[in-house]
Design a protein around this ligand. Structure first.
Ligand code: PLP
Length: 388
């Protein structure tokens, strides 16, 4: 009989969003006409000047291993961006690591931070990847449940009530996948005070910072007083620059912690791909007009799509303040897996069940609007027809 596989891995959940994408893809291959709002991949191509920079780098022979923490030009560009846009000073040599996607930045940071039994506060609904990675590192997720009725706001009483002597880390994601909530300065100040008082680390996942609507401001918690010393900022090029397939992300934080995180990179990926990083420099240092154009288009889609959803009986949707997801609640007495299955089978619309984002997501389904307006309109129409 074969020996059992690693229980750390066999007990870990796969990605619900990847599963929805696979299911929708399989149905499409069978010829079923599916409106696929499952994934989180911009429908735009990477801007031309970014592609050109990487192609030229590759052609000129920039195809070898590079510094494990990232090419100096990219680390400098990231440090400049953090200082100018986020008001956070980070040492480009000791405080930044460039990774193969934001996901690996998250993985390495959690692995470097957690010991067995450490507690991590996670405002939920939250992106599907945080819980499994915390579990893999031996940590325990403690949910801070947020509700649509309350605008997914973080309140001081609720946050303080779940801090224990074992709490080590709080994970923030603003703008949030899946809710679209952007944390206000007031909320960030509360979280920062709790983190300072209880000596907690913060991971601030800011990957959607540029996709923000209604003239709102993205504030990094690391820019608040005495927070840079306990915060790791996670970010990456996937969403803002439509570069998901390039696999380029980064983290920035206090040097002593970044040094330990660096060991994981050295012993796994070695470095992020060399010529991809040259494209990453072009993205940060080149014209930002494509980002503004894509964000304006996401905002336009949000406006009509969320309106269409809110016009459907039994459906109510928080108006997303950033990112590119709508997270409506369906008052039908079904759980979210049943809901997502029904939407796929009867309306031929693929969405991700809300429970994949934690118990607080129950009753909701996540739809991505990083897809064409025609697909969004058809999807909303089909849902309406199904429920009428
Ligand atoms: N953080 C959040 C909240 C995300 O939604 C994603 C991707 O979906 C990531 C991080 C990681 O993206 P990537 O690994 O493409 O950089």
């Amino acid at each position: 009989m074969a020996k059992p596989l690693s229980s750390r891995i066999t007990s870990m959940a796969g990605s619900a969003t990847v599963q929805v994408m696979n299911k929708a893809r399989a149905l499409k291959q069978q010829g079923v006409d599916i409106m696929d709002l499952g994934g989180g991949d911009p429908d735009f191509d990477t801007p031309e000047h970014i592609q050109q920079a990487a192609i030229e780098a590759m052609r000129s022979g920039f195809t070898h291993y590079v510094s494990s923490s990232g090419i100096p030009e990219l680390r400098k560009a990231i440090a400049r961006k953090l200082a100018v846009e986020n008001g956070v000073e980070v040492d480009p040599d000791k405080g930044i690591i460039v990774t193969s996607g934001g996901k690996l930045a998250l993985y390495a940071t959690i692995m470097a931070l957690l010991n067995e039994g450490d507690e991590v506060i996670l405002p939920e609904p939250a992106w599907v990847t945080y819980r499994p990675v915390i579990q893999l590192a031996g940590g325990t997720t403690v949910a801070l449940p947020l509700t649509a009725e309350n605008g997914f706001a973080v309140t001081e009483t609720a946050l303080r009530s779940i801090v224990t002597p074992r709490t080590k880390l709080i994970i923030l994601n603003s703008p949030c996948n899946p809710t679209g909530k952007v944390l206000s300065r007031g909320e960030l100040e509360i979280i920062a005070a709790v983190a300072r008082e209880n000596d907690l680390y913060v991971i601030s996942d800011e990957i959607y910072e540029k996709i923000i609507f209604d003239g709102r401001e993205h504030i990094s918690i690391a820019s608040l007083p005495r927070m840079a010393e306990r915060t790791v900022i996670l970010n990456g090029h996937s969403k803002a620059y439509a570069m998901t397939g390039w696999r380029l992300g980064y983290l920035a934080g206090p040097p002593a912690l970044v040094k330990e995180i660096g060991k994981i990179q050295e012993q796994t990926a070695t470095c992020a791909p060399s010529f991809v990083q040259v494209g990453g420099v072009a993205a940060l240092e080149g014209p930002q007009e494509p980002v503004a154009r894509m964000t304006a288009e996401y905002e336009r889609r949000r406006n009509f799509f969320v309106q269409m959803l809110n016009d459907i009986p039994h459906v109510s949707c928080f108006v997303p303040e950033g990112a590119f997801y709508a997270f409506p609640r369906f008052e039908l007495g079904l759980d979210s897996i049943q809901l997502a299955d029904m939407l796929l089978e009867k309306a031929r619309v693929a969405g991700t069940p809300g429970s994949a984002f934690g118990a607080a997501g129950e009753g909701h389904v996540r739809f991505s609007f990083a897809t064409s307006p025609e697909v969004l309109e058809t999807a909303a129409r089909r849902i309406k027809e199904m429920l009428s």
